[in-house]
Design a protein around this ligand. Sequence first.
Ligand code: OGA
Ligand code: MN
Length: 204
Amino acid sequence: MTSDISLACIVDDLATRGWSQQKLFVPQSLTLALADECRRRAGQGALAPAGVGRGEAQQISEGIRGDRIQWLEPGQAACCDQYLALFDELRLAINRSLYLGLEDYESHFALYPPGAFYQKHLDRFRDDDRRAVSAVFYLNPDWQAEQGGALRLYLADGSTHDVLPEAGTLVVFLSADLPHEVLPATRERLSLTGWFRRRGEGLW
Ligand code: OGA
Ligand code: MN
């Protein structure tokens, strides 16, 4: 269902500069269904404050990140299964060209209430280097720049690149290399955030 062209662009961007931004990587009807699903789950109270850190050291810290999340499991909703299938195609395309040996994809819905942010960080944990490639897919129709909420990427050349969380926009980047932050917005900000993971050293 994905076009081979956008898969090739993403893979090419990752290889040459470590990040990629795409518009409408998935069909618009699927993006809208995912936004509805995210709002439905939020309405049911299924999204919980996101933690910082991993395992037992994990803490809730709204001073660092203020989003609410729920991890996706296969078989919960057709739209989520379609999204996971598309990202599996992307995983295989990255493996074919970049030999990263990505084994799986973990992903969660994220809802940032107005004013919430996520301070500048890297996605790779100090004690776990399995996260190799980060992917954020946005679900917000008609996002205006004045509404804030950009994802700010801190690029290797010292410049920054802001991505508005407009529905259908996908950002993909190497998890270990690219510091980034989420700026506060004046409206609710929905996304699906995920990580392609490699086999962990010594853990298997
Ligand atoms: C994250 C993250 C970015 C975004 O969840 O680690 O950086 O734009 N999200 O939501
Ligand atoms: Mn991040």
